[in-house]
Ligand binder design. Structure first.
Ligand code: UD1
Length: 367
């Protein structure tokens, strides 16, 4: 059986690492799964891409489509043309896409147009906010997916309410957590940790990259100002995403407590999170990681496609109004944050379940 795996942007790399490990394990156990890895090149910097391949032990891709920067339409168009060419020369039985980035949607479209089976890992999650590019990507992808591998019961219910039959939905848990737990013992201290005077449990971590927070300079400034004024002198480490960096360069914002850094590798970033007092973010994946690490997390978004991080985990969704931040930051500083639990099947074994389902599905088809 031939499988083609797609990865394009930073969160994808975290999701494909355990899948590839499980495919190799299955082959060692006597199965014969031939896989190829396609990197679309949506993220291309060493610190957004290369470092993740090295740290997460991902083999070099068979091809890098090198789509690079551009509008989402430009990135999509380039992937459509190039990935079609690739699949025509490199036939496959199944394409696996993960997550909700532009590359996920573009490769899904090419796959189905060529009549190839499509699996979506992290299928079925919905923010119901069509202003988010990721929600459009999720909806388009899921409208043509054959096999859905889901992270939560909410995702299962969403898919069922959209008419997907039970036999195409596989509730397997969360592959991001497979990576988190597998690499936890290797998390490493950033060499700047001491230079920045950080003490365990006495600093915040901040990440911001969503267009809704960072493309509006006024809002970005107000968010940073509020965080700076309400951290009570605790440092706030802010690994800056390239999208945010471009905008930050054009505004003149001075802060006392915010420490700006380049985007970090996976092992250093998660060391930082694991030892922090709390995280302020607009990322979806980070809310899953903080839930499993038991670290308080404030999400600067109006909605989430990962409600279990709030209902079960340590996440609080507070909207994007900077005025909402102070009481939540105070709760973290005063150690009055809620205790969280771990959502079902976020146990580090999701990729193993996915690969056994795939093996069975294709064995049944051959019979
Ligand atoms: C993308 C995903 C988002 C995901 C995020 C994680 C989409 C629509 N969005 O957003 O879901 O949470 O990645 O990082 O797919 N850039 C660099 N170097 C890089 C990569 C990007 O400088 O290695 C610059 C680009 O030139 C662009 C900006 O960063 O100006 C944004 O990159 P892009 O891939 O368009 O989307 P993200 O905002 O990263």
């Amino acid at each position: 059986m031939r499988i083609t795996i797609i990865a394009g942007a930073r969160p994808n790399f975290v999701k494909i690492s355990p899948l590839i490990r499980e495919i190799e394990k299955a082959n060692a156990d006597g199965h014969s799964l031939e896989y190829s890895l396609v990197h679309t090149g949506q993220h291309y910097d060493q610190n957004m891409s290369g470092a993740f391949f090295e740290e997460l032990e991902i083999p070099l891709p068979n091809i890098n489509l090198a789509v690079g920067s551009g509008s989402q339409a430009e990135q999509t168009a380039s992937i459509l043309i190039q990935f079609e060419n690739y699949l025509l020369i490199n036939p496959t039985d199944l394409v696996i896409v993960v997550g909700d980035v532009t590359s996920t949607m573009a490769c899904a479209i090419v796959t189905k147009k060529l009549g190839i089976k499509l699996a979506h890992i992290e299928g079925g999650i919905r923010s119901y906010d069509m202003t988010m590019p990721e929600e459009i990507n999720r909806r388009v992808t899921d409208s043509i997916t054959d096999y859905f591998f889901t992270t939560s019961d909410t995702a299962n219910l969403n898919l069922k309410s959209e008419g997907v039959s039970d036999n195409r939905i596989f509730f397997v848990g969360n592959v991001m957590i497979d990576t988190l737990l597998y690499f936890k013992s290797r998390f490493k201290r950033n060499p700047n940790f001491d230079l920045w005077n950080l003490t365990k449990g006495k600093y915040f971590v901040l990440t911001l990259h969503r267009p809704s927070n960072v493309d509006n300079k006024g809002l970005l400034c107000d968010l940073l100002k509020t965080i700076d004024e309400n951290c009570k002198g605790n440092p706030v480490v802010f690994p800056v995403h390239p999208r945010t960096e471009k905008i930050l360069k054009s505004i003149n914002f001075q802060s006392k407590n915010i420490i700006y850094s380049k985007p970090m590798g996976y092992l250093e970033f998660n060391y930082l999170v694991q030892n922090s007092m709390g995280v302020i973010t607009d990322s979806g994946g980070i809310t899953e990681e903080t839930t499993v690490l038991g670290i308080p997390c404030i999400t600067l978004r109006e909605n989430t496609e990962r409600p279990e991080t709030c209902t079960i985990g340590t996440n609080e969704l507070i909207g994007t109004d900077p005025g909402n931040l102070p009481p939540y930051m105070k709760k973290i500083i005063e150690k009055k944050w809620k205790k969280g639990g771990i959502p079902p099947l976020w146990d580090g074994m999701s990729s193993g379940r996915i690969i056994s389902h795939i093996v069975k599905l294709f064995e049944n088809e051959r019979r």
